[in-house]
Ligand binder design. Structure first.
Ligand code: APR
Ligand code: PHB
Length: 397
């Protein structure tokens, strides 16, 4: 079996890459470890930057997002019992974000791939990426009891944090940067109307909380919890009670509670791999980097990696130029480090760290007071939250 680009992983990175390549007339085969239903069962963040919205449109899968997604021009920050609004739209001269769940994005991409009749091997086992340091890389895997070998020009490692691609790179060729945070996020999804029409990020003495949403009838809430907490010990009633203790009076008056339809605890991590290209193997999305969810940059970064990779492959096949693939890693990393910095900073500003004393809470309050009352401070938050442009800080040619 032969293709131009073998894509490992059918998460948002792999699916979006395949769709952009298809539009550009480049062939790809996707090999995914789990079933399509399993991929769709993962609940993740749902805030899309303008750059990601544009990419979904470019991939031809934006119609439902524009119909059902919610355009948000601002969000709230609550601290010291007071709520402030970051008016992203006004501060950035008209930019917004779109609230549309990652599950829906993945669904739309899967439907488009199926409609185009493009090959995806779900539930593939023993996936191996081979010979990517030569001109003839290969991928081997087992599917429905049969062994396959896929020959290709390039391998795109879109297989997430625990995938096989990054793990197949010789240790001496890769540098990893990591920070693990001393708490987790307990998330609850419920079919109840959101407490507010915009998101609210909360710094409270009892820890961080976030009021998010998926639609006008589906809410997503999060609580900072110790990593030692177990999900079985968090009843829905306990969750709602703790959330109330972290919100302001106005939100409490409007909060509508209901049974959870999903509840889980996720750890928080900052992680970056350098470089992101190894011969003819490229890493993209969570395979190369993880951000803590504060600021919702994960999916957006995955989308922009994939855009850079698609551009590089189009240059290779259409203009016979290797400049794009040679520059892939540096171009991605410039953007990734800025989003990593923002996510780490927002995490540090909004959470209680177990080893910090009361002075740190006062520092946080003072910083929030400064930022939210200063045009420059608010603009800096807004500009990062809506997402930096694709060519931000590109060196002049
Ligand atoms: N072989 C084939 N597929 C694999 C393998 C393997 N050995 N290992 C993992 N996979 C698959 C996973 O099953 C998963 O479906 O790769 C896919 C990776 O998908 P994601 O983890 O969703 O990563 P990515 O597509 O880069 O999406 C990034 O996900 O975690 C969020 O915040 C993040 O929103 C961002 C997005
Ligand atoms: C979510 O809706 O899941 C979400 C939103 C914003 C974040 C993180 C998660 O910063």
């Amino acid at each position: 079996m032969r293709t131009q680009v073998a894509i490992i992983g059918a998460g948002p990175s792999g699916l979006l890459l395949s769709q952009l390549l298809h539009k550009a007339g480049i062939d790809a085969v996707i090999v995914e470890r789990v079933s399509g239903a399993h991929v769709l069962s993962r609940i993740r963040a749902g805030v899309l930057e303008q750059v990601a919205i544009d990419l979904l449109d470019e991939a031809g899968v934006g119609a439902r997002m524009h119909r059902e997604g919610l355009v948000h021009g601002g969000f709230g920050m609550l601290y010291a019992g007071r709520r402030h609004r970051i008016d992203m739209n006004t501060l950035t001269g008209g930019k917004n974000v779109m609230v549309y769940g990652q599950t829906e994005v993945t669904h739309d991409l899967m439907d488009a791939r199926t409609a185009a009749g493009l090959p995806t091997y779900y539930e593939a086992s023993d996936v191996q990426v081979l010979d990517f340091d030569t001109q003839r890389p290969r991928v081997s895997f087992t599917h429905a009891g049969q062994s396959y070998e896929l020959q290709c020009d390039f391998i795109a490692g879109c297989d997430g944090f625990h995938g096989v691609c990054r793990a197949s790179v010789p240790r001496q060729s890769i540098e990893e940067f990591e920070k693990v945070y001393p708490f987790g996020w307990l998330g609850l999804l419920s079919d109840t109307p959101p407490v507010h029409d915009e998101l609210i990020y909360v710094n409270s003495p009892r820890g961080f909380a976030l009021c998010s949403q998926r639609s006008k009838t589906r809410s997503r809430y999060y609580l900072q919890v110790p990593l030692t907490d177990r999900i079985e010990d968090w009843t829905d009633a306990a969750f709602w009670q703790e959330l109330r203790l972290r919100l302001d009076e106005e939100a409490n008056a409007k909060l509508i509670t209901g049974p959870s339809i999903e509840k889980s605890i996720a750890p928080l991590r900052s992680f970056v791999t350098e470089p992101m290209r190894f011969g003819r193997l490229f890493l993209a999305g969570d395979a190369a980097h993880i951000v803590p969810p504060t600021g919702a940059k994960g999916l957006n970064l995955a989308a922009t990696d994939v855009k850079y990779l698609c551009n590089a492959l189009v240059d290779y096949y259409q203009a016979h130029s290797e400049a794009g693939i040679d520059g892939y890693s540096a171009r991605c990393l410039r953007r990734i480090w800025k989003a990593e910095r923002f996510s780490w900073w927002m995490t540090s500003l909004m959470h209680r760290f177990p080893d910090d004393g009361p002075i740190t809470s006062r520092f946080q309050e003072a910083e929030l007071d400064y930022l939210l009352n200063s045009h420059a401070g608010s603009l800096s938050i807004a500009e990062n939250y809506v997402g930096l442009p694709l060519d931000f800080a590109e060196p002049a040619q």
